[in-house]
Design a protein around this ligand. Structure first.
Ligand code: AMP
Length: 190
């Protein structure tokens, strides 16, 4: 079972992914986490993406597709992958489909967490106070949200056409969202 946790920044993807990792032995492939680790390590890649990420813009497709490709060998020995924050553009989605196909895998399910914009802003303000993440400030958040609406939202019809999209009320309490995700994964279609 390979799934995508899909939704705007601060929709709750990371929280739900962590739970699935704990409960189901799945691996979380978060391009945001991988990129932040690259910055923290001071690598050449980290230096290339640091300013882009701080502004809240997307890094190039080549970079994130390469990062994910490098992690796909881990798939076979796991209970499946949770893609978190990837894909974010149509080119990334198409590349993911073909990389998985070459390894005889596929995306089974795309879980879309729906949260309204005011709630996202409140969450970001709270997260900034806690984590101090550079791109959780209001200016960068506006750019991240614009990038989501422009580049990432078009993936909704892409996965709808493939009959993989499940919509989830991301405004509900965390446990309710978790229970809805569990029933989507364990549901009759699998
Ligand atoms: P996230 O932790 O998923 O919110 O990602 C943080 C930042 O990393 C984003 O605002 C982008 O700058 C960059 N990033 C993460 N994943 C991607 C992706 N799939 N495509 C382009 N940029 C990404």
């Amino acid at each position: 079972m390979n799934l995508i946790l899909f939704g705007p920044p601060a929709a709750g993807k990371g929280t739900q992914a962590a739970r699935l990792v704990r409960n189901r032995g799945m691996i979380q492939l978060s391009t945001g986490d991988i990129l932040r680790a690259a910055i923290a390590s001071g690598s050449e890649l980290g230096r290339r993406v640091e300013d882009i990420m701080r502004r809240g813009e997307l890094v190039t497709d080549d970079i994130v597709i390469g990062l994910i490709e490098g992690r796909l060998p881990e798939l076979d020995a796991s209970g499946g992958a949770i893609f978190d924050g990837f894909p974010r553009t149509l080119a990334q989605a198409e590349a993911l489909d073909s990389m998985l196909e070459r390894r005889a895998h596929r995306i089974d399910l795309v879980l879309r967490l729906k949260v309204d914009e005011d709630a996202l802003r409140r969450r970001i303000a709270g997260r900034f106070a806690q984590s101090g993440r550079d791109d959780d400030n209001p200016a960068a958040f506006d750019i991240r949200l614009a990038a989501y609406n422009r580049d990432t939202a078009p993936l909704i019809p892409y996965y709808e056409k493939q009959n993989k999209l499940v919509e989830i009320d991301g405004m509900a309490p965390i446990e309710t969202v978790a229970a809805t995700i569990d029933s989507a994964i364990d549901g009759p279609r699998f």
